[in-house]
Design a protein around this ligand. Structure first.
Ligand SMILES: [Zn+2]
Length: 65
């Protein structure tokens, strides 16, 4: 499975950063529909931070094509 990489965290909204909306299309996510993309380590303003991006079912399907 080829994994499309997530966008740079600094380009995302606060909602996308905390997993409330899809990292690609910004669709609102419910806990049942959201797909976890796995933890990432991001460099935020000079310090490493853990980030748990999530995506919607539509983008998840797109990842698998
Ligand atoms: Zn999406």
């Amino acid at each position: 499975m080829a994994v499309r990489d997530v966008p740079p965290v600094i380009e995302l909204t606060e909602q996308q950063q905390r997993g409330a909306t899809c990292v690609w299309c910004a669709a609102p996510l419910s806990n049942t529909a959201a797909h976890d993309l796995g933890p990432r380590t991001v460099n935020a303003y000079g310090s490493a931070a853990r980030w748990f991006p999530r995506c919607c079912p539509t983008c998840w399907k797109g990842l698998r094509q």
